[in-house]
Design a protein around this ligand. Structure first.
Ligand code: TXA
Ligand code: MG
Length: 334
């Protein structure tokens, strides 16, 4: 077998580089971009040819639709049919880690939405991506910049490791400050908003702004046409190669007696001395820190060749809902 050729180059966000990357996007090329949640693999959302490249590079099935990233509200009206619920949520959380599913307009290519009559749109907050979006003047379709099914990337280096042989341009915006993919909410029926994927914007926050209950979608809903309603709900997704075993809480008795080839990933740093196979996500168990480091820790442990990763679930609601959702997906058998 020939060794994989890496063609990707990592670009710092200088004005010159941003102009160059905007030109590449305008030519229909792919650019991996930083966002506040995870890195995305971007293409001109209005070009079916450019968007097809995303699916090819990721090995992503055509039935899994893309999120479209916009710079300003005007672009949402170009792509979708917003309603009062969308306006409220956007006013409260955009730019930020919230994706709205709305009825699409004909200008959105079918490849972007996997043939669905809806489109998922988000206005990201990351300053470099905002500058790039402004330079492009067009919406950018971007799923997470990882090979299909693997853990989402939170650094430019993660992107290079996963897709370095498939893409040419990676914009480095540092480590993603949130670390989990956006909250996705379907607001097509404003009276029954549905949470399709939990994220940093919590269900409680959505309910507070909308002034009513937000329903939680069941996993792996499939439409008659075969496209998934929210393929992010696929059970196995975001998975490391190493088997992950979940624990409600991990007592010292569990990890002190663990085999040397099994890692333990705890939420908080234990008070006592730990064996070298014990890791934690945040010194004090702060959930924002836990979310920010979760994917990079899973990648590190995956690369270290452990036989098994034992992971502790996060306590409570709010952000813990999103953290535990990703842990459950990482642990789900295919
Ligand atoms: O934070 C994020 O959302 C990141 C960054 C790059 O923005 N993007 C991301 O995309 O995580 P990803 O790989 O999860 O793919 C987009 C997901 C689909 O798998 C699906 O769950 C959902 O967005 N989606 C897209 N269009 C949809 C639609 N019309 N209806 C329901 N869900 C949709
Ligand atoms: Mg993804």
């Amino acid at each position: 077998m020939t060794p994989t050729r890496r063609i990707a180059r990592i670009f710092r966000g200088t004005p010159r580089n941003l102009a160059r990357l905007a030109q590449a996007l305008a030519r229909g090329e792919l650019v991996a971009v930083p966002t506040e949640t995870v890195y995305g693999l971007a293409a001109d959302a209005l070009s079916p040819r450019a968007c097809r490249r995303i699916f090819r590079a990721k090995g992503r099935p055509n039935s899994d639709p893309l999120i479209v990233h916009i710079h300003e509200w005007r672009q949402l009206e170009l792509l979708a049919e917003p309603n009062a619920a969308a306006r409220r949520l956007a006013a409260a959380f955009w730019p930020g880690p919230l994706t709205l599913v709305l009825r699409k307009k004909p200008v959105v290519p079918a490849i972007v939405t996997a043939g669905l009559p809806s489109v998922a749109v988000r206005m990201p907050r990351h300053p470099l991506l905002r500058r790039l979006l402004k330079l492009c003047g067009r919406p950018l379709a971007a799923p997470s910049a990882n090979p299909f099914g693997y853990v989402s990337p939170t650094t430019a280096e993660h992107v290079r490791l996963g897709l370095g042989a498939k893409i040419r341009y990676i914009l480095d915006g540092g480590a993603a400050p949130i670390g989990l993919e956006s909250t996705i909410v379907d607001v097509r029926n404003p009276r029954i908003p549905r949470l399709l994927r939990p994220g940093a914007i919590t269900r409680e926050q959505l309910e507070h702004v909308l002034g009513g209950r937000v329903a939680v979608a069941r996993r792996s809903t499939t439409t008659r046409r075969g496209a998934q309603l929210a393929p992010g709900l696929l059970k196995r997704h975001y998975s490391p190669h190493t088997p992950v075993v979940l624990h409600e809480t991990a007592a010292p008795a569990d990890w002190l007696s663990a085999r040397p080839d099994e890692a333990w990933l705890l939420i908080m740093k234990p008070k006592r001395t730990t064996p070298p196979t014990v890791f934690w996500l945040d010194a004090r168990g702060n959930l924002r820190g836990v979310a920010r480091r979760l994917f990079s820790q899973l990648r590190k442990l995956d690369a270290a060749g452990y036989r098994r990763i034992h992971a502790e679930l996060a306590p409570g609601g709010g952000l813990a809902e999103a953290i535990n959702d990703r842990l459950r997906r990482a642990a789900a058998a295919s």
